[in-house]
Each structure stands twice: as structure tokens, then as C-alpha cells.
Design a binder for this molecule. Structure first.
Ligand code: DUC
Ligand code: ZN
Ligand code: ZN
Length: 495
């Protein structure tokens, strides 16, 4: 529960301190127990309390009362002592670009590198994007990206993407949904790259709505942005130091309003990525209250960092879209984390380095935009909101793991510790104090936007489908065991 009286928790999280439904006589496991996590405090989106976990064959078998004996056959199980630690479902990052090409730049990591950083940060599932370059077909691009999943240290799912409409797109979308790629990323901006027009957005939403899929969309009004950029360029203010003045709140709300109107016309679900302003979130929350399945994702950097970084020594390292906002906006955005209006938190991880950013230091229109963040998403949000502001650990799990799995159609395989779920588990030291440094992280770049930030709370041991991959902060198993996780039709009833 929130300890900040001004900021109520969601109803779900508020009821979440009830005793766990741990059983003293667990159901007979389907295989001998091979892993036991003992002595910790299990945190799920709906409850937290002392409990032990039984795992067999990479799958959670039971959540049991502390000290419950392992059923016969499991005498040789490995036992991990989680005393003093939180035991949470591994993080699910709903917004993670791996080796992402935009304009002339490709972000620097591959699946092995990105998922290595992910597991160090407590994330055990990433959702990547398959975004066609001009002229490419969505289906082929998705197949090519999906084929990389087995290079990962953890599992991944995929958003497809539609940029241009043609007669083949409906069948491609149906095939994608049939194969378990049910979310489709669209952009209202980046003309000539990934921008889709309103017709294409409407038609894509229509087909996906019929098939059980969902559009996930980057909303910034391209005409407004291009006009603001033109004026900024005339003033000689189109460099990284002016990034925050080139993409306005209004550009975001205008595009959100238009896309919501389309979704509402169709009765189609829609998920807004990286919402960075209270006005934009309010539009989505109001639509939800009118009965539309509309969802807000915020990303970690918008919830923590502000636009003062554009005035610092390395403004290019903070160039992202939407840009970092002023401190008052960041604070207001945080309130939506407490009041339940933010559905998920992603990273919008884009692993560019400083040299790439500085190829065009004076023009943010061609500078690669995006921040590295797959590894820092969970620690930074836990520290800023759970440790420092009293957000409940259950709400943290809800936005960082459970809801991302739900809206992406991969729950309850991912995002929970329910029996039958993949044993993706993070043991978390809520009291560990540390300082974020580039050297201490594992992303394939030369900087972190959180350099020098003092943080409380970190993952200690990370388990991927029953295998201990990170132990006491060290990578102990680099086996590329990642799999592509096919999604089922999105079930939004519980979100
Ligand atoms: N925003 C970013 O900051 N990076 C990648 C794409 C995007 O929309
Ligand atoms: Zn985006
Ligand atoms: Zn993105």
C-alpha cells in the first residue's frame, strides 16, 4: 500500500497485503521438484507475504507456506535461500528495441547482449519490435526478428508493425495473429520511416480487432512536430540542447486524441506507448472509463529523468522521443503510477552510443533517438517509487511484469508465479544501496542516462525457466536458452 496519503494505490494493489494463499499440502507436482526458493517474501500483483516456491522442469509447481516439506521425489532439489529478499516474477519489458534500425543508425546490441543486460536488471522477458524498413513486408520482417530469439539468455515476444497499407496486409496480420504475434506497433510520426497514415491505422486496428490482436502506438502529431522543428531550425535551436523544445505536449495529446477517436469508432483496443504527459494519460483514462480498452505505458526515463539533462554536458545522451519533460511533469506522471492509470512500465531500450549520437550533434532530426534502459528499468523504478515514495511492491510487480504480460497475451505463462507459470523469478534485495555507473552495467553502449544516481534495491539472483542465470549479482550461466513466446489473443479483462 502507498505510504503517501496523497497518492492512493489501485484497488487491486491496495488489497494486496492479505496473507498469501500458500498451501501446507501442495498439489502433487507433475515432475519431481528440482528447485526450491525458501524463506523469502513472495510478491505478486495481488498479494505479498512469506512463502516458499517449488519448481520442477522450469515451471512453478506450487507456492507454499514457509518450511513446507518437498514432496517425495524432490529430495535432491536445489534449495535457494531467499531470507530477507523479495521473490517476484521476473520483469517483463513490454517495449525493448533490439538492433533497431531507424534512419542511418542501427542500435548496437543483438539478442544475446540485450538479454544479458535484461537478466542482470531482473527482466526475464523482453518484447521486441519487427519494424519494416520502407518497402518491406510486416510478416517477413517479423519472421526474421523472431528467428533471433534463441540467441537470448531469456525469452522474448514480438510486436509486428505496419507502416503502409496494401491488399496483402490483412492476410499478413491474420497469419501473424495465428502464429502468436498479436500486437502491432504503429507510429503517427517519423515521416518516410515508420509513420502510418490515419487510414492505415484504422484498417490495421479493424483487422486486429476482428482477430484478437491490438495496435500499440507511438503518438506524436507529425505536422505539429515538423512545424515546431522548422521554427526551431530557423532560430538555430535544433541541436540536442534544445531537444525538449522541439516536441511539445500538444503534439502528443493531439495524436492521442485522434487515435483514440479511431479506436472508439471501431471499439478496438489500443495501447499507447511511452506516454509522457498527464494530459495524454488523462485522455486514455477517460476513454477507458467510457468503456474502451485503452491502455497507458510509461517508460522509466519519463518517470525519473527531467529536461534539465538537455542543458548538461551530454545533451545528446538524452535525446529520445517523446523528449524528457520538465520536473513538474515528471512528478505529475509519477502520480499516475500510484493512482493506477499507468498500465505498464517499459524501457523503450535503444542501445545507441555517444559516437552515434554525435554524428549529427546539431540536428536532432537526424540524431538517433532513444536511451539504453533494459537493465535499469526495474532498479530505477523500484528505487524512485517503491524505496523512496512508498509505492507498494505489488503495484511494482503489476506494472513491471504482470500487466505487460497480460496486454501482450503472454500471461499467465509470464508475469506471475502462479502454479503452471514459467519459473522466471527474481530475488530482490530491497535494502541494497548502490550507485548506477556505466561500468557496473552490461548494455552494449558507453553510457547510462542514470550515471551517478543513488539507488536502493537491486536484483540479486535471477532465474529463467528454472535455471539460475544470475546469482549474487554474477552471471553464472550464459546459455542462450531464449525462446520466442507466442502470444494468445489479448485478454484485457483483468487489466
Ligand atoms: N522513441 C525513442 O526514443 N526511440 C526509438 C523510437 C521512439 O519512438
Ligand atoms: Zn516510440
Ligand atoms: Zn520505442
Amino acid at each position: 500500500m502507498s505510504q503517501n496519503p496523497a497518492l492512493p494505490d489501485t484497488a487491486e494493489a491496495a488489497s494486496g497485503t492479505a496473507a498469501p494463499t500458500a498451501s501446507t499440502s501442495p498439489p502433487a507436482p507433475t515432475a519431481p521438484i528440482d528447485l526450491v526458493v525458501r524463506g523469502g517474501t513472495v510478491v505478486e500483483a495481488t498479494w505479498q507475504g512469506p512463502a516458499d516456491l517449488f519448481v520442477a522442469g522450469g515451471v512453478v509447481q506450487a507456492v507454499v507456506a514457509p518450511g513446507t516439506a518437498v514432496p517425495a521425489g524432490g529430495e535432491g532439489a536445489r534449495v535457494i535461500d531467499a531470507t530477507g529478499l523479495l521473490v517476484m516474477p521476473g520483469g517483463v519489458d513490454p517495449h525493448c528495441h533490439v538492433g533497431f534500425t531507424s534512419g542511418e543508425f542501427t542500435s548496437l546490441d543483438d539478442y544475446r547482449e540485450c538479454t544479458t543486460a535484461a537478466v542482470f536488471g531482473g527482466t526475464t522477458t523482453i518484447v521486441d519490435f519487427a519494424i519494416p524498413r520502407p518497402g518491406q513486408a510486416p510478416l517477413a520482417v517479423a519472421h526474421a526478428q523472431r528467428a533471433k530469439a534463441d540467441q537470448g539468455l531469456c525469452d522474448s515476444a514480438l510486436h509486428a508493425s505496419v507502416v503502409d497499407w496494401d491488399d496483402t496486409v490483412p492476410d499478413q496480420l491474420r497469419q501473424l495473429v495465428g502464429e502468436g504475434i498479436v500486437t502491432v506497433k504503429m507510429f503517427t510520426t517519423y515521416r518516410g520511416e515508420s509513420m502510418a497514415d490515419a487510414d492505415t491505422i484504422l484498417r490495421t486496428m479493424q483487422v486486429l480487432n476482428d482477430e484478437g490482436g491490438m495496435v500499440v502506438i507511438h503518438c506524436e502529431s507529425n505536422p505539429i512536430i515538423e512545424e515546431d522543428q522548422r521554427k526551431a531550425s530557423e532560430r538555430g535551436e535544433i541541436d540536442a540542447g534544445h531537444m525538449h523544445t522541439t516536441r511539445s505536449h500538444l503534439a502528443e495529446t493531439a495524436a492521442v486524441a485522434e487515435v483514440l477517436s479511431i479506436a472508439e469508432t471501431l471499439g478496438a483496443p489500443v495501447y499507447f506507448v511511452h506516454q509522457s504527459t498527464p494530459e495524454a494519460i488523462d485522455l486514455v483514462a477517460d476513454a477507458r472509463r467510457r468503456g474502451l480498452s485503452a491502455y497507458t505505458e510509461s517508460v522509466a526515463h519519463h518517470l525519473v529523468l527531467d529536461d534539465s539533462h538537455y542543458l548538461g554536458e551530454h545533451p545528446e545522451r538524452f535525446v529520445c522521443c517523446p523528449p524528457l519533460r520538465d520536473r513538474a511533469t515528471v512528478e505529475a506522471l509519477g502520480g499516475y503510477l500510484f493512482n493506477g492509470e499507468i498500465t505498464t512500465i517499459g524501457s523503450d531500450h535503444c542501445c545507441y552510443d555517444t559516437a552515434q549520437k554525435l554524428e549529427h550533434p546539431d540536428d536532432v532530426r537526424i540524431m538517433p533517438n532513444g536511451l539504453p534502459g533494459v537493465e535499469t528499468r526495474l532498479p530505477v523504478i523500484f528505487s524512485e517509487y517503491v524505496s523512496k515514495k512508498g509505492l507498494s511492491p505489488s503495484r511494482f510487480v503489476e506494472v513491471a511484469a504482470t500487466n505487460p504480460a497480460r496486454v501482450n497475451g503472454i500471461y499467465p505463462q509470464k508475469g506471475t508465479l502462479l502454479p503452471g507459470s514459467d519459473a522466471d523469478i527474481v530475488l530482490w534485495d530491497a535494502a541494497a544501496a548502490w550507485t548506477v555507473t556505466t561500468e557496473g552495467l552490461h548494455m552494449a553502449t558507453d553510457y547510462t542516462p542514470y550515471e551517478g544516481l543513488d539507488v536502493v534495491g537491486r536484483p540479486v539472483t535471477v532465474i529463467v525457466r528454472g535455471a539460475v542465470v544470475v546469482e549474487n549479482g554474477e552471471l553464472v550461466d550464459a546459455t542462450p536458452r531464449g525462446r520466442h513466446v507466442p502470444a494468445h489473443a489479448v485478454d484485457l479483462t483483468a487489466v
